[in-house]
Design a protein around this ligand. Structure first.
Ligand SMILES: Cc1cc2nc3c(=O)[nH]c(=O)nc-3n(C[C@H](O)[C@H](O)[C@H](O)COP(=O)(O)O)c2cc1C
Length: 136
């Protein structure tokens, strides 16, 4: 497991969306923006699945993902393994959170699942001498 710094956690929550990259078993890549994200702890992030389609199929076949997020020229890439929860406390809490959020923005939203990322590696993506460096 790899631990996010306070700053990484702050930035992940602050950015409007992070890019979730998956790959099918035959290696076809797929990257999508994800706005619904929560920090569970410094090694674990939760995303809400409302619309995931190819992404969901990929994660079921191959649970290895990368999540990239940035602001200005500061950015990070998390790599790890996901599990998808479609029942239980985290699923229910995520469903309630997304329903509330949908009500706030006047656009009905339904969470189909909680995607739990266990972070195994963290890399810098900012341009410059540290680009691509493993941070944790
Ligand atoms: C700014 C933005 C934020 C999004 N946030 C989410 C999200 O939090 N959860 C979700 O399931 N889909 C979200 N989507 C939709 C997905 O990015 C994407 O459309 C969906 O996964 C279908 O693509 P796929 O077939 O490649 O998986 C968002 C899209 C945009 C443009």
């Amino acid at each position: 497991m790899a631990e996010m710094s306070e700053r990484m956690q702050e930035l992940l929550i602050k950015v409007p969306a992070a890019v979730l990259s998956t790959a099918s078993l035959d290696g076809k890549p797929n990257s999508v923006p994800i706005g619904s994200k929560k920090i569970i702890d410094n090694e674990t992030v939760l995303f809400s699945d409302q619309f995931l389609n190819k992404t969901l199929a990929n994660m079921k076949a191959n649970p290895q993902v990368a999540v990239t997020f940035w602001e200005g020229y500061e950015g990070y890439q998390l790599k790890g393994t996901v599990t998808i929860e479609t029942s239980g406390q985290r699923f229910e809490e995520t469903a309630a959170w997304i329903e509330d959020f949908g009500n706030q923005i006047g656009f009905p939203l339904k969470s189909k699942g909680a995607v739990i990322l266990n972070i195994e590696e963290i890399y810098a993506v900012a341009p410059g001498p540290g680009a691509g460096k493993k941070l944790a």
